[in-house]
Design a binder for this molecule. Structure first.
Ligand code: PLP
Length: 470
């Protein structure tokens, strides 16, 4: 470890390991802010002079500043340089309370609930470069109303889905939406308009999706889920004529819809004149083999395909898509017009630009590698330290199902994790009424920023271990 003193105006003592300059500089700055050595609002040295003082590349300093700004430790203002945020993530320790208590407070913020990617890794540079290009090149006409979203954006997404997910996508049968959630609502409204009263939903899934369906007037009908995905045979002979499925990676159980069931689901929809809504929320994130292609390709006139950038970029971007059977296009376009007149054209075009330039693929590849490593560590650590607990489901996605050792309840593990400053969701959180029968927790390993993942994992392993031993 090389100890370097930064002399650039501010008297700043930083321990920087020259073998890992960026990581160690970030850590040293976080510690200095946390300890109160760097007070709120104090100005940091310009990257050029700090680079000279520490003997490391200026880019490294700039990247560390950007990362810490993204995490909320620093703020960068045009003209006034980089400063410590006025209320940094972790306040200093003014009352001189023992360190131990302060660090327990910090741990309380760790979170392994599923559904959110690593937001600290949002590709700010790529996004802002794509957005600048869009602003420089978009015609003024494109900034008007189009409930479907601009044609070039639909075309870019269609080409991407065809290439990556095998979707039979045609820009004329697409509507860009505010994420999957709005796509689900628009599709449900059209189904209600066409006389549907019930909708099949997997017995495990997000309560918010069930409630979106209910709010349109549809009654959810739970379909059991097992190691081959939804038990679609349960739909045969029922009065249900539409069903929402997560075929590529059942959320949250983690199974893939088996080949025979994919065929059976499409046959069922065709026979009853109904529809499948395919929620392809994390289809690009498969780690052990090539992902299974979309069910939509089996019958584009019976499958409503839905997805979004929420996993590859961030949920806050609110860009998603529907690829529709031709019979539903007009109805969904009208529903979208009623809902909001159309999404944010600049964001839709920015996503399109990222796709066309190859940036989106690079981001997905990068994130896939990162999440795959996290999942591998999760499996290893649990295997080594919490025998009896088991990760089930395929190696894919941003979450894993952790089946608990015999005699352990999910409430005990969730409570033990909370006591260690870790938020967790039990599987029961996602179960439809009457289906909460498997003690497990759903581990959203994508959620913590990189620097917090090791601690989050250690707390998870400790929580499971303590409950199993008691
Ligand atoms: C099962 C499932 N579907 C869809 C989504 C994405 O929803 P949205 O695109 O509205 O952010 C998520 C994200 O948490 C999810 O877990």
């Amino acid at each position: 470890m090389a100890e370097r003193r930064a002399n650039s105006g501010l008297d700043l003592h930083l321990d920087v390991d020259l073998r890992h300059p960026r990581r160690s500089l970030e850590r040293a700055l976080r510690e200095a802010i946390r300890d109160g050595r760097l007070a709120a609002e104090s100005r940091l040295p310009p990257s050029r002079s700090l680079a000279a003082d520490l003997g490391i590349a200026r880019n490294t300093i700039a990247e560390a500043y950007t990362q810490l700004a993204a995490e909320g430790w620093l703020s960068a203002r045009q003209g006034s340089g980089t400063r410590v945020a006025d209320r940094p993530v972790q306040s200093p320790n003014p009352a001189g309370r023992p360190r131990e208590r302060a660090s327990r407070g910090r741990a309380r913020r760790l979170d392994l609930r599923p559904g959110v990617p690593d937001l600290a890794a949002f590709p700010r540079a790529e996004w802002s470069s794509a957005q600048r290009q869009v602003l420089a090149t978009a015609s003024y006409e494109i900034l008007g109303y189009d409930p479907r979203g601009p044609e070039p954006a639909r075309r870019a997404v269609a080409d991407y889905l065809a290439r990556v997910r095998g979707v039979r996508a045609d820009p004329d049968r697409m509507v860009l939406t505010a994420g999957f959630t709005q796509g689900l609502r628009l599709a449900a409204e059209v189904l209600v308009h066409r006389g549907h009263r019930t909708v099949g939903v997997e017995a495990y899934g997000h309560a918010i999706h069930r409630s979106v369906l209910e709010s349109t007037g549809l009654r959810p009908h739970a379909i059991a889920v097992d190691g081959h995905g939804a038990v679609v045979d349960e739909l045969l002979g029922s009065d249900v004529r539409a069903a929402v499925l997560t075929p590529a990676h059942q959320f949250p159980i983690g199974s893939v819809l088996g080949a025979a069931r994919r065929q059976a689901a499409v046959r069922w929809a065709d026979t009853c004149g109904g529809y499948l809504i395919e929620d392809d929320y994390d289809g690009e994130f498969r780690y052990d083999r090539q992902p299974v292609g979309a069910v939509q390709a089996l019958d584009p006139e019976r499958v409503i395909y839905a997805g979004s950038v929420s996993k590859a970029l961030a949920p806050g971007i609110r860009v998603g898509w529907l690829v529709l059977p031709s019979s539903l296009v007009a109805g969904v376009v009208e529903a979208k017009e009623r809902a909001d007149g159309g999404g944010s054209v600049l964001d839709q075009l920015t996503v399109a630009r990222l796709i066309v330039d190859g940036g989106y693929d690079r981001i997905v590849r990068r994130r896939r590698l990162g999440y795959r490593r996290r999942r591998d560590r999760l499996v290893q650590e649990l295997g080594a330290r919490a025998p009896g607990a088991r990760i089930s489901g395929i190696a894919a996605g941003l979450h894993a199902l952790l089946e608990l050792p015999r005699g352990t309840t999910e409430a005990q593990v969730v409570a033990a994790a909370a006591g260690r400053g870790l938020r967790l969701d039990g599987l029961g959180t996602f179960a439809a009424a009457g289906h909460d029968d498997r003690p497990a927790v759903v581990v959203g390993y994508s959620r913590p920023p990189d620097h917090a993942f090791t601690t989050a994992l250690a707390r998870l392993v400790a929580a499971v271990g303590t409950v199993a031993d008691s």
